[in-house]
Design a protein around this ligand. Structure first.
Ligand code: CA
Length: 223
């Protein structure tokens, strides 16, 4: 799950970055409306957290341009406490939810979970595939009801594979979903994560098949 934070207040942005990274999301941050617009036009995200009071290009303009490109990306708008008018404008322009500052990080995380689920077209918090279960609320995975010890990267990788179980996921898609800008995560690193993940989950009747030159596919193994 990849989240873009467009927020120019560095204290708020860092709090958000820390909280969402701890919760296992890949997070990028930009500090102006023009940067937000450029990032949204050229990268794939699962959620946008958008401060409306951004320099260079107002948050409402960022949102208008995003929807103008036909994007249905879930958007959580952050507004000053007293700006009811802006909140209404934001919702009219296609924001999915809003939070007034100051907000509790706990509540924000809950809304982020709800919005990213909605973006996948499912309200389910638990994904099951054969003996594997992924619980998006606690970001934990189980194999045959036993919790699997996974790093934040491994759990994000498993989440992507589970969301597309039985279908091909390309290495580029994995890199795009898992990496944050500036991170040196190459296709080779993805291979290493896949290797570690295999060791942890392939005791059961499930495997991560390599589709040579194309990517990976999470499969059930016929009994
Ligand atoms: Ca601001």
């Amino acid at each position: 799950m990849r989240v873009l934070i467009a927020e120019d207040d560095q204290v708020i942005a860092e709090g958000l970055l820390r909280a969402l990274r701890n919760a296992g999301y890949s997070v990028d941050q930009v500090g102006s409306g023009t940067e937000a617009d450029a990032a949204l036009a050229s990268h794939e995200f699962d959620l946008l957290i958008l401060d409306l009071g951004l320099p260079k290009l107002h948050g409402l303009e960022v949102l208008r341009k995003l929807r103008g490109r036909g994007s249905s990306l879930p958007v959580l708008v952050l507004t000053a406490a007293d700006s009811v008018e802006q909140r209404v404008k934001g919702l009219d322009l296609g924001a999915d939810d809003y939070m007034a500052k100051p907000f509790s990080l706990q509540e924000l995380e809950a809304r982020v979970r709800a919005l990213t689920r909605r973006g996948l077209g499912t309200a389910a918090t638990v994904i099951k595939h054969g003996p594997l279960t992924f619980d998006a609320t606690g970001r934990v995975a189980y194999l045959n009801e036993q919790m699997i010890e996974l790093s934040a990267r491994e759990i994000s990788l498993l989440e992507v594979l589970l969301q597309r179980a039985g279908r091909l996921v390309s290495k580029d898609q994995l890199v795009e979903r898992l990496c944050e800008w500036g991170d040196e995560v190459s296709n080779n690193a993805i291979e290493v994560y896949i290797h570690r993940l295999r060791k942890k989950i392939e005791q059961g009747p499930v495997r991560i098949a390599t589709v040579r030159g194309l990517g990976y596919c999470l499969e059930k193994v016929a009994a």
